[in-house]
Design a protein around this ligand. Structure first.
Ligand code: ADP
Ligand code: MG
Length: 267
């Protein structure tokens, strides 16, 4: 069976810079797949390319086995491929509820048609928004202006907004950025709950603790190239990863696990 999302030598060039270079990633349905890498590694570019926000220079991406080339960003979203943004793109002067409704409406007519194919997913715009709100535990904040919320709350609203579009695959660009440890753990458990609701997730984050603890499978990007992939355990122990990305925190993470700290020398 083919993966829900699969890229084949996906390359994105900005002038002479290969922001993504022959990237091959598979996102299996029902799994939480992660992408980590240092700042500037090309993580956001990857999501941009998949969701139609930037041009692919060569290679391709397939969603449900179909080539995405030539499909607009809006068309991809209607087809169930939805993203969140690294910088919060909430409507500041709308309530949490209205932010969700706007998103739910943009994909509603598509989902109305899809309901003929997948009748078990039949819901209206309001149910869609309410469902997303409940899943992230945001019911109490429904009528608040997003402007008035804390950073952590806004990050959750941003995830809920993506969910309100009722995606099949939701790509999250650093949803834990700026969250404290407790908020980040809460987000992690919300993400696992979302997976149980028939939505596949792709997570980009800097928060190593979060990525290692919630993902089923992880890819590591460095200078636009995939340098490692595997389960959290495999990635955590990979010397390439430790050298390229984990750096000083690697010792910390391994110590936490009770593992011997590998001496890399000249780190
Ligand atoms: N629209 C763009 N035009 C030119 N260069 C870009 C553009 N977007 C990203 N880049 C460059 O591509 C590289 C990867 O960026 P990005 O995908 O944002 O990395 P990350 O999300 O991993 O921090 C960086 O060197 C960045 O400056
Ligand atoms: Mg980024």
């Amino acid at each position: 069976m083919s993966a829900l999302l699969e890229t084949h030598d996906l390359t994105v060039s900005y002038g002479g810079l290969h922001a993504n270079s022959n990237v091959n990633i598979k996102v299996e349905k029902g799994k939480l797949t992660g992408l980590i890498g240092p700042n500037g590694a090309g993580k956001t570019t990857f999501i941009d390319a998949i969701t139609g926000f930037t041009n692919v220079s060569s290679g391709r991406a397939e969603f449900r086995g179909q080539d995405l080339s030539g499909e607009s960003a809006a068309g991809r979203a209607r087809n169930g491929l939805v993203r969140t943004f690294q910088s919060l793109e909430l409507f500041e002067d709308l309530t949490v509820w209205d932010n969700l409704i706007v998103m739910a409406e943009t994909t509603y007519w598509w989902s109305f048609l899809a309901d003929i194919i997948r009748p078990n997913r039949k819901v209206g715009v309001e149910e869609q928004a309410q469902w997303a709100l409940d899943l992230l535990g945001l019911g109490d904040l429904k009528d608040r202006l997003t402007f008035d919320l804390s950073h952590g709350q806004r990050k959750l609203v941003s995830v809920a907004r993506g969910l309100a579009a009722r995606p099949e695959l939701l790509l999250l660009d650093e949803p834990a950025a700026g969250l404290d440890t407790v908020e980040s753990q809460q987000l992690g458990s919300h993400l696992r709950e979302i997976l149980n609701r028939d939505i596949t997730l792709f997570l980009i984050d800097h928060d190593m603790g979060l990525v290692l603890s919630v993902c089923d499978y992880i890819y590591v990007l460095d200078f636009g190239k995939i340098i490692a992939e595997g389960t959290p355990d495999e990635v955590r122990k990979n010397p390439e990863v430790i050298k390229a990305y984990l750096g000083e925190t690697a010792g910390e993470i391994q110590a936490q696990e009770g593992a011997a700290v590998r001496q890399q020398g000249g780190n």
